[in-house]
Design a protein. Sequence first.
Length: 82
Amino acid sequence: MKDEVRDIPVRHRHHEMLPVWFFIGVLLLVYGVIILFVSLREYSHPIPVVMAAYHAGVWGGVVLSALGSFYTIRFRRRARKM
């Protein structure tokens, strides 16, 4: 006798699971905003490091914020059609 296993996705009327990419997007967005804020505060008082002219913290904050915004918007919960 063969036992058939059926993978039926579980969906309830009241809630639907959010993908993990939504939460990754939120984390990237939060970290990006924090890094960008701290880097902009240090922009007026630069630290004496070798490549301070490139402002890596500002660019890193912008990139993380952009990626976080993309993932958060792309994988957000959408209104259900009834």
